[in-house]
Design a binder for this molecule. Structure first.
Ligand code: AHN
Ligand code: ZN
Length: 328
């Protein structure tokens, strides 16, 4: 049978009408509708660099925060009571791990949550312990270091962020995790660093904890510190690197956040990425002019309050706050 063009056109018209009616009905039922998140934008609070500086000096005052020492206990108490005073929900994860030298090391990971009931969450982390030896120094190499930059700086920035999260809750949930026993490692022994975060990451995976992404702060307090786009951060969380560096640039901190790449660095974020499956970046100082790339004071007794700079703390703290408060 031969199709007649008039009838073909009529059928096509009918089909189109049916399709349009069906689409409208689907839309009324909510099918194919875009759900818009119209939560009000909460203004980003101002990061107080003086406050962060005090939180760093209070940790350094306690003395080196070496695993199994009395200072480990007093600093844990200090951090827990500070975070509780900010009205955050604080828990700890405690236990024992074995160091590269066979030592049993007590660890206390400290977790502080804002909006604990929110499903959409972001992880902010840093290590709070300090290295038991000054193996990069020329003298007193077997004595512990003050760890003002390597330990206290990331924690000081996160304490100030915690204070602001408590007084001005953002739209999303935020978990601040302070890892213990990061720096009790030996350079030649694989996976000997980051023992607290390795433990935490396995437990996070087992619990089904899955924030959108994580940001690790390590050595974020030195004068003129520069942060480059680190290898594992780029491998596992390129979208987070881009977001953070762009926000820093928009805030005028491109003198600290450099749009250049550096190779991977083994640090807590590696285990958060590979053991907990949480995309996590590392904001870590990179100094191409020193042999270690971590600054001349790294793992020496010169890692004290003299090298801490409030301008660097402000750049890092305000950038992280902007990331948190623009998330919804
Ligand atoms: C390495 O030295 C390979 N990673 C640095 C981890 C670290 C030590 N961060 C602070 N102290
Ligand atoms: Zn270190």
């Amino acid at each position: 049978m031969e199709a007649r063009p008039g009838r073909m056109r009529a059928s096509l018209f009918l089909l189109i009408c049916i399709f349009i009616v069906a689409c409208n009905e689907a839309e009324e039922e909510g099918i194919g509708k875009v759900i818009v998140n119209d939560l009000p934008r909460i203004a980003t609070p101002s990061f107080n660099q003086d406050s962060a500086y005090i939180y760093i000096s209070e940790q350094v005052e306690i003395g080196p925060r070496v695993p199994n020492s009395p200072e480990q206990d007093s600093c844990a108490k200090y951090l827990i009571s500070k975070l509780r005073s900010f009205n955050l929900e604080v828990t700890t994860q405690e236990g024992q791990v074995t160091g590269y030298d066979g030592m049993k090391l007590r660890f206390i990971n400290i977790i502080a949550s804002s909006n604990p009931e929110s499903h959409k969450r972001i992880l902010l982390c840093a290590h709070w312990d300090t290295r038991p030896i000054a193996d990069r120094d020329v003298s007193r190499r077997n004595e512990p270091i003050p760890g003002a930059n390597d330990g206290a700086s990331g924690v000081g920035v996160l304490l100030e962020i915690g204070r602001l999260l408590g007084s001005t809750p953002p739209n999303i949930g935020v978990d601040i995790v302070l890892f213990d026993v990061e720096d009790y490692g030996r350079p030649s022994v694989n996976n000997s660093y980051c023992l607290g975060s390795q433990y935490w990451s396995k437990a996070a995976l087992a619990k089904g904890y899955y924030p959108k992404y994580g940001i690790l702060l390590d050595m974020v307090g030195a004068k003129d510190a520069q942060f480059y786009m680190e290898g594992y951060s780029r491998r596992y969380a390129p979208h987070v690197v881009k977001k953070v560096w762009e926000i820093a640039a928009n805030l005028g901190y491109s003198n600290h956040f450099i749009f250049k790449q550096i190779p991977p660095i083994t640090d807590d974020h590696l285990y958060v990425n590979t053991l907990a499956n949480i995309p996590c970046i590392n904001i870590i100082q990179h100094d191409p002019l020193t042999p270690t790339n971590f600054g001349s004071y790294w793992h020496t007794h010169n890692d004290n309050m003299d090298i801490i700079d409030k301008g660097t703390l402000k750049a890092v703290g305000q950038t992280i706050l902007e990331v948190v408060y623009t998330e919804k």
